[in-house]
Design a protein around this ligand. Structure first.
Ligand code: HEM
Length: 499
């Protein structure tokens, strides 16, 4: 006892026992005045915070980004200001649909989030391991996610809902093809690429804007799991990613990615026959080649998972001067949605939590009080609590960080984005030219297996979508489905309010 620190109450007073309640006699009831027992149970009741509404299961670690090539002609962002410059990074990878306790090796898209602690504040790259997405209008995002979660009656995941939604949303076929291909189950977060997916913008010191895409290419190689291998792994451990990641880093290992950008000028964007802000499409690599920028190395576990990974709040709205948004309507919605999610999940002042507070710059703003305002609310001067003010130490806005003006269409309207032949060109190329014969066979099998519990009407509608990509695709999945054992349809009964 002499060398060990004293146990205290939350108010710092030494505490007498952490194991024995205060009772009326050795066999009698507990006294209400045993406040520390109540305190202990009350704290336990509040140990969980809401899990993320999507991407709840995740794995995090820390590292460094190093600039290896000069891109200052495209962006004034100080993170890229000189070759050799290093910036600390916090990374979190995740699955989209699974809850916090989901098994790691499940077939799903993976989140790929990076928080760069730059001198001009935090830049968050909140991407996925795929360069495209299922939908291209934010109106469709909550419905899409609902189909990935549990059915209201069965409380089970519902392939019927997933394929019903996708069949009514044919532009999803590009992303669904990637999901059902080998890439749908990476071996670990270290064995996959990361993409910003959306088009973002860079602007330079001369006030020129460029549209850009972000790519992080793994040095570890793409390693993936077949359904059978994944089932075997999940049978022995649900935490295969966490084990791989934690043990690799704890044993002194690290993982690396090369960061590339694709760049499109504003004039080129106007000339494209496809919408360069459509999240269901990639940009041609021959027309817009990858430009190398730097290297990301992840080499340290966090000391405390809850503090640094559960509390981390990534937001596409966290950009820094030199990096901006684009007209992509999905991105526009995400710019608002994440901070709102964080206020709900973590609280008003979530940005002051250790993983979110800027590490390489100071947050000086006039947001005031509220729950958990545990840090000073007066930016160092108690009189400077409003703006404008006469105090020299009160922070003032910096007009030099204004983005160049953006030309926009003057006619506001709900412009539909109907499915067209253009939506099938890229998945067709992926199916027919990128995948090998064996990969196509596995894609057929994986997709047929995933849709096995679906009703015939949903299957037929989905085959029709596949047929628009390539006749062999529809045929291959249909034949694979017909050769697999039938699985009863579980949840296509309509749910009525009376139930
Ligand atoms: C997490 C909304 C599309 C990648 C989240 C969260 C919300 C959300 C509310 C939970 C945030 C939290 O509680 O911490 C949306 C909306 C979208 C959208 C409204 C479309 C309109 C996308 C897309 C990508 C993406 C297109 C990738 C390109 C992620 C990632 C996370 C996430 C990686 C987990 C972040 C972390 O590691 O903490 N999203 N999302 N989301 N989203 Fe999205």
């Amino acid at each position: 006892m002499a060398d060990r620190p004293r146990l205290t109450t939350t108010a710092g007073a030494p505490w007498v026992s952490n194991e024995t309640s205060k009772t009326a006699g050795p066999r009698g009831p507990v006294l209400l005045e045993d406040y520390q027992l109540i305190e202990k149970l009350a704290h336990q009741n509040r140990e969980r915070i809401p899990e993320r509404v999507v991407h709840a299961k995740g794995w995090g670690a820390q590292g460094t980004f190093t600039v290896t090539h000069d891109i200052t002609k495209y962006t004034r962002a100080r993170i890229f200001s000189e070759i050799g410059k290093q910036t600390p990074v916090l990374a979190r990878w995740s699955t989209v649909a699974g809850e916090q306790g989901a098994a790691d090796a499940e077939r799903d898209v993976r989140g790929f989030s990076l928080k760069f602690y730059t001198e001009d504040g935090n830049w968050d790259m909140v991407g996925n391991n795929t360069p495209v997405f299922f939908v291209r209008d934010a109106y469709k995002f909550p419905d899409f996610i609902r189909t990935q979660k549990r059915h209201p009656k069965t409380n089970m995941r519902s392939p019927e809902a997933m394929f019903d939604f996708w069949a009514g949303q044919p532009e999803s076929v590009h992303q669904v093809t990637i999901l059902m291909s080998d890439r749908g189950i990476p071996k670990s977060p270290f064995h996959m690429n990361g993409y910003g997916s959306h088009t973002f913008s860079f602007w330079n010191d001369d006030g020129e804007r460029f549209w850009v895409k972000f790519h992080f290419r793994t040095h570890q190689g793409h390693e993936t799991l077949t359904n059978e291998k994944a089932e075997e792994i999940i049978g022995s451990t649900r935490e295969s990613y966490q084990e791989h990641l934690f043990n690799t880093l704890e044993n002194g290992g690290s993982a690396k990615w090369t960061f590339f950008i694709q760049v499109m000028s504003e004039e080129d964007a106007e000339r494209q026959d496809f919408n360069p802000f459509d999240l269901t499409k990639v940009w041609s690599h021959s027309e817009f080649p990858l430009i190398e920028v730097g290297e990301l190395e992840i080499d340290r576990n966090v000391d405390n998972y809850f503090q640094m990974v559960e509390n981390v709040a990534f937001a596409p709205s966290n950009v820094v001067p030199g990096i901006g948004f684009s007209p992509d309507r999905m991105l526009q919605a995400r710019v608002w949605s994440y901070a709102d999610a964080h206020r709900y999940r973590l609280g008003t002042h979530y940005e002051a939590l250790p993983p979110n507070v800027p590490h390489n710059s100071q947050a000086l703003h006039y947001h005031k009080d509220g729950a958990m305002r545990f840090f000073r609310n007066d930016v160092g001067n108690p009189n400077a609590y409003y703006e404008p003010n006469q105090y020299e130490d009160g922070p003032v806005a910096d007009p030099s960080t204004q983005e160049p003006p953006l030309r926009i269409d003057p006619e506001a309207y709900r412009y539909p984005q109907e499915t067209s032949e253009a939506d099938f060109v890229q998945p067709r190329k992926l199916y027919a030219e990128v995948l090998s014969d064996e990969e196509r066979q596995r894609l057929h099998q994986n997709m047929a297996g995933a849709m096995a519990p679906c009703s015939e009407s949903v299957k037929e509608r989905w085959y029709a979508v596949l047929g628009r990509v390539h006749p062999d695709y529809a045929k291959g999945v249909r034949e694979a489905a017909e050769s697999q054992p039938a699985i009863p349809v579980t949840d296509n009964t309509p749910v009525t309010a009376a139930e």
